[in-house]
Design a protein. Structure first.
Length: 190
């Protein structure tokens, strides 16, 4: 017979597991954001790249390139990608408000980029990145390696620059996949 999920032992086990995972998340994130070197020649350009993805701007610009270059279906591609990215940002922000996780504290010497005012979990940069990369790659498969690399740089930057925990970006990646895969499979733009 299985134990009652509401039993005291099960609740204590879940609480203990949550504490251990949280402790690991904080320690691993601190290693990336505080222990790794942060030379200005690296952190300033990385911060600039990271900030281009605020509010999905990077993905809107990439989606507009085919349209602006006169490609067939360019406007349709822009609308297709932009709609998915915007919906993902809105859904991610609802989840952020529901969870309400605080962002990592910026170090005494200050952060590398301005600390966003929204809650930390999940990372909207990660969720929008996955959706942007999936939608654009479904139309332009040759772009896929560049887009995957771009998403990897973005999610690394969010932890490295001390604005997210690792769990935030992992959850953002998962949420982006949950939203992006069905969108790409169910809606065809070309």
């Amino acid at each position: 017979m299985l134990p009652d999920p509401a039993s005291s032992d099960v609740l204590q086990h879940r609480s203990s597991l949550h504490r251990r995972l949280s402790s690991f998340d904080h320690a691993a994130s601190a290693f990336v954001s505080e222990t790794l070197p942060h030379p200005r020649w690296f952190s300033i350009p990385l911060g600039a790249v990271s900030m281009t993805a605020n509010y999905g701007i990077l993905w809107y610009v990439l989606a507009a390139l085919p349209w602006l270059s006169g490609a067939d279906h360019g406007l349709a591609v822009f609308i297709y990608v932009s709609a998915a990215v915007l919906a993902t940002e809105l859904i991610t922000n609802v989840v952020k408000r529901l969870v309400g996780r605080s962002r990592p504290a910026q170090a005494a010497e200050g952060g590398h980029i301005p600390l966003p005012i929204s809650p930390s979990f999940p990372s909207a940069h990660a969720s929008m990145g996955v959706v942007g990369a999936l939608t654009l790659s479904s139309i332009y498969p040759a772009w896929a390696p560049f887009l995957v690399l771009l998403v990897a740089v973005l999610v690394f930057s969010r932890v490295y620059l001390r604005v997210h925990y690792i769990a935030d970006v992992v959850a953002g990646l998962a949420l982006g996949a949950e939203l992006g895969v069905p969108y790409v499979l169910l809606i065809n733009v070309t």
